[in-house]
Design a protein around this ligand. Structure first.
Ligand SMILES: Cc1ncc(COP(=O)(O)O)c(C=O)c1O
Length: 393
């Protein structure tokens, strides 16, 4: 979207037709609660099948505000160990004490079950002496950015139901990497799982800096929790609300992404994912594992066919991760040949999991993907005895 000429024109036309395009002038409790903010939030909430929505300048801020404000002293938070740093920043200022924060193994239903049993055994579901019922938060992402793997959401949600009464659950899904990419109109993975599961996800974070091509985020939540955050989160109370220009950009991008043009872009992206992965399989067939390999992904669980009306069992992932001991060297090698790859090193991944990450998108041309695959072959050749590796794919 950031380079799409149609979107650019629509955005500029919409700005020209909008009376107020600059600053919001104040925080959401003061002059920053404008009709334009309310209108976009209502529109996003309606579109996403949520009671309400709350806009932020970034996805980072959405996570920090939620986790820094909503979970209370008597609550419990179970979270996937590979959660994004913004979640950890929220957790760092959370009122929930460290002994009630449980880090579970990545994508592990067994680990979630163990955590829930522990909470039940500790009396963690019991009403406090002040008459408050604890809430058990389950926190995960729908798709993870380092391996491009999906959370086993239906299994997580069913497991929560098996141990926690409905009125004490809060299932939170960060959809940063699935916003605009999956589901009808790009509504994300939770939406794509269908109403049976979607309605049991209580809060979703949709971010706009990635596939939406703008910036900002929206928490999809109840009006009560929105009111609570706007009145208690410091970075909402003491910070100027997002500017009007951003609201216009998000609105125009969503409109396009939810239309048949958005469907065409998503299809083009899925086609590119299939094409590039077939090239990578060929590259890896000639690569020693100590030079280039795919990461081993823990806990992969295909989406159950009956849950997925819009999602294949194995959805295509736009993130292609390739582990290599010296990602900076491969980064330089590709850069000299005209390609920018992401070099990912600790602490973003554990030691031994260093990698390059390639993010595919609609609008990429086959010849570029062919050339990139050839560069990977040349890199492998530069690392091993050249007679062991064919010169071309
Ligand atoms: C899973 C996840 N959540 C939240 C964020 C933060 O979003 P933003 O870049 O809009 O601050 C990111 C960004 O990388 C992310 O990957």
């Amino acid at each position: 979207m950031t380079t799409d000429p149609v979107f650019r024109k629509r955005y500029l036309d919409a700005l020209a037709a909008t009376p107020q395009i600059l600053g919001s002038t104040g925080s959401r409790l003061l002059s920053g609660a404008t009709p334009a903010h309310d209108a976009l939030e209502r529109r996003i909430a309606h579109h996403m099948g949520s009671q309400d929505a709350l806009l932020f300048h970034t996805g980072w801020e959405g996570n920090v505000c939620f986790f820094g404000t909503v979970p209370q002293k008597h609550d419990w938070i179970i979270y996937d160990e590979l959660m994004h740093a913004s979640f950890y920043s929220g957790l760092a200022i959370s009122k929930t004490p460290p002994k009630q924060r449980i880090r579970m193994r990545h994508n592990s239903v067994a680990s979630l079950t163990k955590a829930l049993r522990h909470i039940v055994a500790q009396g963690g579901l019991n009403t406090t002496k002040d008459g408050l019922k604890p809430t058990i938060f389950l926190v995960c992402e729908s798709i993870y950015s380092m391996d491009g793997d999906f959370a086993p959401l239906p299994a997580f949600i069913d497991t929560m139901d098996a141990y926690i009464p409905k009125d004490q659950q809060c299932n939170f899904v960060d959809e940063a990497h699935s916003t605009a990419m999956y589901g009808e109109g790009g509504r994300g993975i939770c939406w794509a799982l269908g109403p049976e599961y979607r309605n049991r996800v209580h809060v979703r974070l949709m971010t706009f800096g990635k596939a939406v091509g703008t910036a900002g985020s929206a928490l999809l939540l109840t009006s009560m929790v929105k009111l609570y955050i706007t009145n208690f989160a410091w970075s909402v109370i003491f910070s100027t609300a997002p500017p009007h220009s951003l609201l216009v950009a998000v609105r125009e991008s969503w409109d396009m992404l939810a239309s048949p043009e958005g469907d065409a872009k998503r299809q083009e992206m899925y086609d590119n994912i299939a094409y590039f992965n077939s090239l990578v399989d060929r590259v890896l067939s000639i690569a020693p594992a100590n030079v280039l390999r795919r990461p081993e992904v823990d806990g992969f669980a295909p989406f159950p066919a009956e849950a997925a009306t819009q999602l294949p069992e194995h959805p295509p992932s736009a993130v292609v991760a390739l582990c290599t001991p010296d990602p900076d060297a491969l980064y330089e090698f590709a850069l000299e040949r005209g390609f920018i790859l992401s070099s990912i090193i600790p602490p973003a991944v554990p030691p031994g999991q260093e990698r390059i990450r390639i993010c595919l998108r609609a609008g990429m041309e086959k010849r570029h993907m062919d050339r990139l695959a050839q560069i990977l072959v040349e890199y492998i050749q530069s690392k091993v005895q050249t007679d062991q590796v064919p010169a071309k794919l």
